[in-house]
Design a binder for this molecule. Structure first.
Ligand code: ATP
Length: 237
């Protein structure tokens, strides 16, 4: 089967020394891949390189078998990859609906109203407050808003960077449930970057561990979660 997303021998960084040093990822359609590793391992850089924000020096990114390496972020979004960066990047000065409309900019005008209505049906908490400023939302609601905004681009692949960051455990569980539903109901392929390896592996199908820009382990999620050495050295649980 063609992988929904494949990364082959990716080398990328910001200065002379590469941050990613030959990273490969293979994600089957409708699966969650947890991308784990300590601070500075290169997880965010991997997502930024896939979505076109960082230019790779070598290697390939393939979406459903088609090369999208080094295309512009806009082209990559149009091709079907949505990136939710770390830090609940809502535009607090805009209303919830205005934030969501950013996700619709690349969609045909004729599809926008129905897509927005679908979002409000799926996430009533956003619909009820659509005219309020995004600044009035809690951290968990902001995380839902940025995921909903990413979904409005109609992606096949969702890149999620630390969605649990700064959220209370109960809210983290809700966000993880949503990610699981996106895989199970919508068949989305998800790359999930998490510091919290335990919760990520609980919903992931497979995972990989990055250390200093290299993949040091990859396996199905249950195998990684059961590996005590890996947990002690890299996963922190
Ligand atoms: P974290 O969980 O801390 O975000 P990470 O695994 O996502 O860690 P990256 O953010 O990809 O790691 O960072 C990897 C390395 O690249 C780090 O050494 C970091 O200092 C460096 N780095 C990240 N962003 C930049 C940048 N914009 N310019 C220069 N160096 C950067």
């Amino acid at each position: 089967m063609t992988e929904a997303l494949a990364v082959r021998d990716l080398v990328a960084g910001y200065s002379a020394a590469p941050v990613l040093d030959g990273v490969s990822v293979a994600a089957a359609p409708g699966t969650i891949t947890a991308v784990l590793g300590a601070n500075g391992a290169g997880k965010t850089t991997l997502l930024r390189t896939i979505s076109g924000l960082v230019r790779p020096r070598a290697g390939q990114v393939l979406l459903a078998g088609a090369a999208i390496t080094a295309r512009s972020p806009e082209d990559i979004t149009r091709a079907g990859i949505a990136h939710v960066p770390e830090g609940q990047g809502v535009i607090t000065e805009l209303t919830i609906e205005e934030n969501l409309r950013v996700g619709l900019l690349l969609r045909d005008r004729g599809q926008r109203a129905a897509a927005l209505a679908g979002t409000y049906e799926r996430f009533p908490v956003l619909g009820e407050r659509r005219r309020r400023l995004a600044a009035t939302l809690s951290g968990g609601e902001r995380q839902i808003l940025v995921i909903a905004r990413a979904l409005l681009t109609a992606p096949r692949v969702l890149l999620l960077d630390e969605p649990s960051l700064g959220l209370a455990p109960k809210i983290v569980a809700q966000v993880m449930d949503l990610v699981r539903q996106l895989r199970d109901d919508a068949g989305l392929t998800v790359l999930l970057v998490e510091q919290n390896a335990r919760i990520a592996l609980a919903i992931a199908d497979q995972g990989l561990v990055l250390n200093l820009g290299k993949v040091v382990a990859r396996a199905d999620a249950a195998t990684l979660a059961a590996d005590e050495g890996l947990r002690r050295h890299y996963l922190g649980f």
